[in-house]
Design a protein around this ligand. Structure first.
Ligand SMILES: Nc1ncnc2c1ncn2[C@@H]1O[C@H](COP(=O)(O)OP(=O)(O)O)[C@@H](O)[C@H]1O
Ligand SMILES: [Mg+2]
Length: 257
């Protein structure tokens, strides 16, 4: 199972859009996918509301009642699953934040899930703050993608993410594999190229070559409960996310476990 987390402490940078459409890119290439919504706001889950989701199957049950993840999977289509979030996820921090094993909880849960669904790409949509559930994702995933929107505030937020990841590495005893992804790019705007230059100066090879353009199909597709490949596979948004997957497969070590 390949596990990719999408994280930035800043909201509105394209985390949920990237989770939905990177999963869509894997699916369009005939991979089985599971999307894991780790944001108590449940934006990713909300996209699939027309799929008549079972309200009793959500991630808090995994944290609170130790229900195995495989029992919480909701089928959206053959080989496409969702692990849904609801607002109760917010309670994980206060109820379990100090427990000794909580940081490894998701990674252990996913190890069991991987036995049941080994050939699956798991994409985690993280919440916009560092707490127990984000740390769970960072501990569990093989790769973190940090979307950075093409505006100046976003560069500052990327620096904060980098600091947080560096601080975690001694605890994890490994380097956190991460890649910065420029989103909402508009090549007509000077700011897009300036943000890109700054990111490359800061993070070098860890900035992906692929950029996600500002694209109407990416903004509209979630409203119809679709990823961009289902909505319009010839759109620039579909092209960008397909290219992202090509780059990840070619250049990024993603250890499958
Ligand atoms: N590349 C893009 N082109 C157009 N709209 C985008 C793009 N990326 C994100 N958006 C829109 O921006 C808003 C915030 O994106 P979202 O993925 O929800 O960010 P986050 O999960 O980081 O808060 C949403 O309305 C989304 O549709
Ligand atoms: Mg989001």
């Amino acid at each position: 199972m390949i596990k990719i987390g999408i994280f930035n402490q800043k909201g509105g940078v394209g985390k949920t859009t990237t989770a939905l459409n990177l999963a869509g890119a894997f699916y369009a290439q005939q991979h089985a996918v599971t999307m894991l919504d780790l944001d108590p706001q449940g934006h990713l889950t909300g996209i699939f509301k027309r799929h008549a989701l079972d309200p009793n199957k959500h991630l808090y049950q995994f944290y609170q009642a130790d229900i195995p993840l495989v029992q919480l999977l909701q089928t959206l289509q053959p080989n496409m699953h969702l692990l849904a979030a609801n607002a109760e996820l917010m309670k994980v921090d206060s109820y379990f934040g100090r427990g000794p094993n909580i940081l490894k909880k998701l990674s252990q849960g996913l190890a069991s899930l991987a036995v049941e669904t080994p050939d699956t790409a798991l994409i985690v949509d993280c919440c916009p703050y560092i707490g127990v559930i984000s740390l769970n994702a960072i501990f569990a995933c093989d790769l973190m993608i940090v979307p950075v929107a093409s505006d100046y505030f976003s560069v500052g937020s990327a620096i904060k993410v980098e600091r947080a990841l560096r601080a975690l590495e001694p605890v994890l005893k490994r380097r956190v594999e991460r890649r910065y992804l420029l989103t909402r790019a508009d090549k007509r705007k000077k700011m897009t190229s300036e943000v890109e230059c700054e990111l490359r100066a800061l993070f070098g090879d860890e900035v992906l070559e692929t950029k996600i353009s500002e694209n109407i199909a990416l903004a509209e597709s979630p409203r119809l409960g679709k990823n961009v490949f289902e909505y319009d596979k010839s759109s620039p948004g579909a092209r960008d996310y397909a290219q992202l997957l090509i780059e990840l497969k070619a250049n990024v070590p993603m250890q499958s476990s």
